[in-house]
Design a protein around this ligand. Structure first.
Ligand code: AMP
Length: 491
């Protein structure tokens, strides 16, 4: 089937052609004709299936007739995260290049004033996160009585994030006669209930179940021991990866995202991070840097990455085995898209057996091991030891709270660095650190390495710095240290 057969307008078809798409994806093929007729749609599809165009293209056609009025948007798209909202806005810019539409974005972390001005001008399309939308509505800055089309995207993610009561309220605020386009990757009971309450005789379209993994993805398991060794294993895998362009590295916890990101950075890799505790500009900057190729690695958590459209990823690394097997499918689905080949490597420790079994049951396949299997792995004690200092075992590390480990890691380089009697300045700790030639210096730069900066001094252990105090960490190391400019001659 071609796009010409779907009933789209000439303006939309011209923009699709400019985008370089020749064939509609299955969700587009099935959703666009009924959406153009004004039918409600229930699309069970995940990111990567082309679902955004499946609702944006028919919306553009329907918006060709009529005009928006001040404070009364004509269509409303609800997204669970700001990044997704921004992504949909970009899709309107792309597919709506031949339309003169007023598209407004209403998301947290951005100035109220600009957003209000756009709505005041009359928005054809309002793309919003539920919280900010209701905030505006409750302040009387917005009326929802003219909404012709309501899109609820990534509904299961909305459920995970606790947005369902907001969604229910919004559904009751928009006119009963509107058209609803509803998308969710999975259909838990709460979502089914929502669709039964708010969709009218929808056309149900289901594409690519979450348990199927693309044949274009080469999957592998790598057995390893606990945290510090995992980081070392990951670096080895990154340096040896074939056909590498870029990689997303998933951690289960956001604090581990931050730790791994810092570790990769210290080792001279070009990496960005994406986790829920980062503020909006920082998250956008990380994502953009990765999309533009300014950084080759993106360390992230499931929640932060869910639904983001990051095309063309050559590798996915699961630094942690996901504890929900469906997340495995979502994660590795970041690579091997649109017929391209991709590689997904999962680091597995003895503690992950149960989760690995669940994943293999879900995908209906055994994943191959690369190198020794878990039961063939030498015990941690036999593993090569760092030449300098002693690497802590997982159980030793776990005696200190993770936050304290992070704080000590942050504090120590700044304190430990100046071996010379030089004035201590309030400069970034890295700048003060002495450099020594390293193995990283002598090898040719690999994909993940920063090209603009020489790799940092090699550190055998990324865990808490070995400072000769065993497990007794003085309290000053457990607090963030703020360096003040010191007098000359002071240590
Ligand atoms: P989505 O599932 O909406 O996040 O889209 C995933 C990716 O597929 C995006 O990068 C789109 O630009 C791309 N895409 C959407 N529709 C098509 C199509 N018909 N042909 C090729 N690529 C497409």
């Amino acid at each position: 089937m071609t796009f010409d057969e779907l009933g789209l307008s000439q303006k939309v078809l011209a923009a699709v052609e400019t985008s370089g798409y020749t064939q509609p994806t299955p969700i587009q093929e099935q959703a666009i004709p009924p959406a153009l007729q004004g039918r409600d749609i229930l699309g069970i599809a995940q990111t990567g299936t082309g679902k955004t165009a499946a609702f944006v293209l028919p919306m553009l056609c329907r918006l060709e007739q009529g005009r928006a009025r001040a404070r009364m948007p004509r269509t409303l798209i609800l997204e669970p995260t700001r990044e997704l909202a921004a992504q949909v806005e970009a899709s309107f810019a792309k597919y709506g290049a031949n339309h003169k539409l007023n598209v407004a974005l209403l998301i947290g972390g951005m100035a109220f004033g600009d957003q209000e001005a756009k709505i005041m001008r009359g928005a054809d399309v309002l793309i919003a996160t539920p919280g900010r939308l209701l905030d505006f509505f409750d302040r009387g800055k917005l009326l929802l009585t003219n909404i012709e089309i309501l899109v609820i995207d990534e509904a299961d993610r909305m459920l995970d994030m606790g947005f369902i009561p907001d969604i229910e309220r919004i559904c009751k605020l928009v006119p009963f006669t509107r058209q609803t386009l509803f998308f969710s990757a999975t259909m838990p009971p709460e979502i089914t209930r929502l669709t039964e309450a708010f969709l009218h005789n929808p056309v149900r379209i289901e594409v690519a179940r979450a348990s199927s993994t693309a044949a274009t993805i080469r999957q592998a398991l790598v057995a390893t021991h606990g945290h510090a060794e995992k980081r070392e294993t990951l670096r080895r895998l990154l340096r040896g990866a074939e056909n590498f362009k870029n990689a997303i590295i998933f951690c289960n916890r956001k604090r581990d995202v931050a730790i791994l990101h810092r570790s990769l950075d210290k080792h001279g890799f070009s990496a960005g991070a994406l986790h829920g505790d980062m503020d909006q500009p920082a998250r956008m900057a990380s994502l953009d840097a990765f999309k533009n190729g300014d950084v080759a690695l993106l360390v992230c958590s499931d929640v932060a990455a869910r639904g983001l459209d990051i095309p063309d990823v050559s590798h996915v690394f699961n630094f942690d085995v996901p504890t929900h097997s469906e997340d495995y499918v979502h994660r590795i689905g970041r690579t091997g898209r649109a017929g391209r080949s991709g590689t997904a490597v999962t680091l597995v420790t003895g503690e992950d057996r149960k989760y690995l079994d669940q994943i293999e049951t879900l995908i209906g396949n055994k994943i191959d091991w690369e190198g020794p299997r878990l039961d063939e792995l030498p015990p941690a004690e036999d593993a090569p030891r760092p030449s300098r200092g002693r690497e802590r075992t997982r159980s030793e590390r776990s005696r200190r709270p993770a936050a304290a480990v992070e704080r000590a890691e942050r504090a120590a380089p700044a304190r430990a660095a100046p071996a010379r009697a030089e004035p201590v300045r309030a400069e970034p700790a890295r700048a003060a650190r002495p450099r020594r030639p390293s193995d990283a210096d002598s090898r040719p730069p690999t994909y993940g390495d920063r090209r603009d900066r020489r790799p940092a001094r090699p550190r055998e252990d990324d865990g808490p710095p070995v400072i000769g105090l065993g497990d007794h960490i003085p309290s000053f190391l457990l607090r963030p240290v703020v360096l003040k400019p010191a007098k000359v001659g002071e240590e």
